[in-house]
Design a protein around this ligand. Structure first.
Ligand SMILES: C[S@@+](CC[C@H](N)C(=O)[O-])C[C@H]1O[C@@H](n2cnc3c(N)ncnc32)[C@H](O)[C@@H]1O
Length: 498
């Protein structure tokens, strides 16, 4: 990479205020129906559509021209699209000589796109890409890691801006996008600059190629380094260099086979390193502890992984299963005063309300008989009675007092009856950094510790000085005298604190 490479910032990191041609956008048909679309400017008719490139959905057709240059989050109305022959070149009968002017006219027609006409119904929302939306809409090449799992995993493996993560395998790139955002602290100016980065490994060639195109298309080159590799066999170095990772995520069928490559030292061997052969290099950051998560669907895999971790010196080994459950939150609105709307239960909430309603009906019935009225004076408010603030006039109040429709009824939280979302077991562990006796001595010299408990927390400067002298062998009589006085001061302090 050139030293002065200027990166197009990924729309996953900074989408800007509105949609742009040439970038990824998410077309939201409904909460669970999302379509990823690469927005394109059209020069002419496309695929038979005079309006250029069109996204067809069950809510109507959406020419890209209506989706480009609108604020993110906009609601976009469907268009009536022209699938006629406009834009297609007229086929000349055999032998007919072409007229240059007519050809130019045909080309101009093909290069002009028809203005899209708004249809009477149908709309979508256009959303900026985020790892969460990408996970919900990406083309599946494998099983993917979903948001509830990866948000927890990223937190546990301490992924934060500047972290270097090793990931294997890349699969469909769901975890890759989430981790790239988590570690982002700027694009590196060159390969030498240390920035947060994801080192992702995939051995399936087609998946690797597709993923490579996606990473480039999403502006994540420089933040994600993808390698085509069987990590069981060949480990995690990139071009022979260490990624110096401090976080690792393994979503592989046999993580225990990859673990020996994630150690601080090479395999113990009696044989000396052959001439010219490079010494073993660890893919881990030597200055930090390494935090790992392995993702396995069955418990037998977990057992093997945990055994391998124990053998290889990993500590704090722990298994977690995410039991994700959707909660539905709504208001249980019961009562005759509730406006007719979805979710409202138009039955009397209690006996008093039922009796009052019957009295009201009888009253109205009498009035009707007297005046042959048409029942216009119905007192049950309908959705039409809701004022612009969403307030509903209280019954019999002539609009003078109102109640808040969104506060009506009991607030109910309902969980799904069963949890259907077992994806995998997550095994977490830590491989501490190596620590030599010299490093320990240097650290002790810099931060001496042991025996200073009495000094810590003392609010009295003199007391601290005397205590220090005592610890370091000071034989100052004066100091001893002062210590007595200070003892009193300290006990007074303790009293004051208690
Ligand atoms: C379940 S998928 C990973 C899904 C990914 N975590 C995601 O969120 O989209 C597992 C991937 O590991 C890859 N894989 C399996 N064994 C591998 C190995 N030895 N080296 C590298 N990749 C491997 C598979 O080809 C597959 O794409």
């Amino acid at each position: 990479m050139a030293a002065d490479t200027i990166h197009k910032v990924s729309p996953f990191l900074d989408p800007g205020p509105h949609t742009k041609s040439g970038t990824l956008a998410i077309v939201a048909l409904s909460r669970d129906n999302l379509i990823p679309v690469y927005l394109q400017d059209s020069k002419g008719a496309h695929d038979g559509y005079a309006e250029g490139v069109v996204v067809n959905t069950r809510y109507g057709s959406f020419p890209h021209s209506t989706l480009i240059n609108v604020p993110w989050g906009s609601q976009v109305r469907a268009s009536n699209v022209d699938t006629g022959s406009r834009g297609r070149k007229r086929k000349r009968p055999e032998g007919e000589v072409g007229d240059a002017e007519e050809d130019a006219k045909d080309d101009a027609a093909a290069n002009a796109i028809k203005q899209a006409a708004t249809a009477s119904s149908g709309f979508v929302h256009i959303l900026p890409p985020t790892p969460e939306l990408w996970t919900a809409s990406l083309p599946h090449r494998t099983q993917v890691v979903y948001t509830p799992d990866y948000s927890y995993v990223l937190h546990r493996i301490r992924a934060r801006p500047g972290t270097r993560i090793i990931e294997a395998g890349s699969g469909s790139g769901s975890f890759t996008h989430a981790s790239a955002r988590a570690v982002y602290n700027g694009y590196p100016k060159d390969d030498g600059e240390r920035k947060g980065k994801v080192f992702s490994f995939e051995y399936h060639e087609t998946r690797f190629e597709k993923m490579k195109n996606e990473i480039s298309g999403h502006g994540l080159d420089g933040l994600v380094r993808l390698t085509h590799r069987d990590v069981y066999k060949d480990g995690f170095l990139v071009d022979g260099e260490s990624p110096e990772a401090e976080s690792i995520f393994l979503d592989l069928p046999a993580p225990w086979q990859a673990l020996p490559h994630l150690s601080r030292r090479g395999p113990d061997t009696e044989e000396p390193i052959a001439g010219g052969e490079k010494p073993w290099v660890s893919p881990l950051n030597p200055k930090k502890s390494a935090y790992i998560c392995t993702f396995s669907p069955c418990i037998e895999q977990v057992t093997k992984t945990v055994s391998a971790m124990r053998r290889l010196g990993w500590v704090n080994i722990e298994m977690v299963e995410i039991a994700n459950r959707k909660l539905q939150v709504f208001r249980d609105r019961i009562g005759l005063h509730i406006p007719t709307e979805r979710g409202a239960n138009l039955t009397p909430a209690n006996v008093a309300e039922a009796v009052a309603r019957l009295a009201e009906i009888e009253e109205r019935f009498r009035d009707h008989n007297k005046t042959s009225g048409s029942g216009e004076n119905s007192s049950t408010p309908t959705a039409m009675d809701v004022d612009t603030n969403g307030d509903v006039p209280a019954e019999g109040s002539n609009g003078s007092s109102t109640y808040k429709i969104w506060k009506e009824g009991r607030l109910i939280t309902k969980g799904e009856p069963e949890v259907k979302t077992h994806t995998s077991y997550l095994v977490f562990a830590v491989l501490p950094r190596e620590w030599t006796a010299e490093e320990e001595a240097a650290a002790f010299a810099r931060w001496p510790c042991g025996g200073e408990e009495k000094v810590i927390g003392s609010r009295d400067k003199q007391a601290r000085r005397i205590e220090k002298q005592r610890i370091h062998g000071g034989k100052d009589k004066d100091a001893k005298k002062k210590a007595k006085t200070v003892g009193k001061v300290e006990s007074n302090d303790e009293q004051a604190l208690s």
